[in-house]
Design a protein around this ligand. Structure first.
Ligand SMILES: Nc1ncnc2c1ncn2[C@@H]1O[C@H](COP(=O)(O)OP(=O)(O)OP(=O)(O)O)[C@@H](O)[C@H]1O
Ligand SMILES: [Mg+2]
Length: 231
């Protein structure tokens, strides 16, 4: 579905992604882990076209989309939920979803979204600013779904959320996967990553250094964690 090959991205003179290779198979959830500042968000931003890669390929369903404009990448079937959610505080839940909807959604019309996110249904007339962190995260995901994505990029969706809300998030991610959405999930919350992901991948200094199934990861977790994840 999504194949990243030899991806390099710079911010000015700073060489952040130094040859990222990652395959996200169709219908799967791949978690991307790594310490702060290794380039996880930059990987998602490069895929979405928000920062222009300097080398490498990003192949979506056989087409290299590296360097395309973000709106064309969105049209090709990629959606992105940024770190920090970035919802509109003065718009209601429904309005936040509507502004993202260019053409009527096929797979995820608003009634289906409200079914998927019961907490949003209850608060559909509330303004973004009056939502809890969890509700804001659900809204950010709902907003990404109106473009009917084939691939969903999630950047640390569990950040700042209570354990109960993280469990709700896991439920939603699983439903999306069951509905055929392929997911690349950047996470620091190992519990969430291990609970939902089919594959766990670890990044160090702009390169992938490890990839495994959750079962294999669990078997070697202590060593892998201290080598690549804990500070
Ligand atoms: N817009 C930018 N301009 C210059 N440098 C940047 C920019 N955004 C990120 N960086 C730098 O690029 C490196 C990778 O950042 P990135 O945000 O991709 O890391 P990350 O793995 O997502 O980290 P975190 O876990 O903190 O979210 C860091 O050293 C960061 O300081
Ligand atoms: Mg980040």
């Amino acid at each position: 579905m999504l194949t990243i090959e030899g991806l390099n991205t710079h911010y000015g003179a700073s060489h952040v992604l130094q040859g990222v290779d990652l395959v996200v198979p169709p219908g799967r959830i791949c978690a991307l882990l790594g310490r702060n500042g290794v380039g996880k968000s930059t990987t998602l931003r490069s895929v979405m076209g928000l920062v222009r890669p300097t080398a490498g390929r990003i192949v979506l369903d056989g087409t290299d989309i590296a360097g395309w404009q973000p709106h064309l990448i969105a049209r090709a079937g990629v959606a992105y939920v940024p770190e920090g959610r970035l919802i509109f505080p003065d718009l209601t839940v429904i309005e936040n979803i509507q502004v993202a909807q260019r053409t009527p959604a096929q797979a995820w019309p608003i009634p289906r979204l409200l079914e998927l996110f019961p907490s949003l249904r209850e608060r559909s007339r509330n303004k973004g600013a009056h939502l809890s962190g969890g509700e804001q995260q659900m809204l950010a995901i709902a907003r990404a779904l109106v473009s009917d994505p084939k691939v969903l990029l999630l950047d640390e969706p569990s950040q700042g959320l209570a354990p109960l809300v993280v469990r709700e998030l896991a439920r939603v991610i699983q439903i999306l996967c069951d509905s055929g959405v392929t997911i690349l999930l950047v996470e620091q919350n190992m519990k969430l990553a291990e609970a939902v992901a089919h594959e766990l991948h670890i990044m160090v200094k702009g390169r992938m250094v490890y990839g495994a199934s959750p079962e294999k990861f669990r078997a070697e977790e202590a060593e892998i964690r201290s080598r690549y994840l804990t500070v």
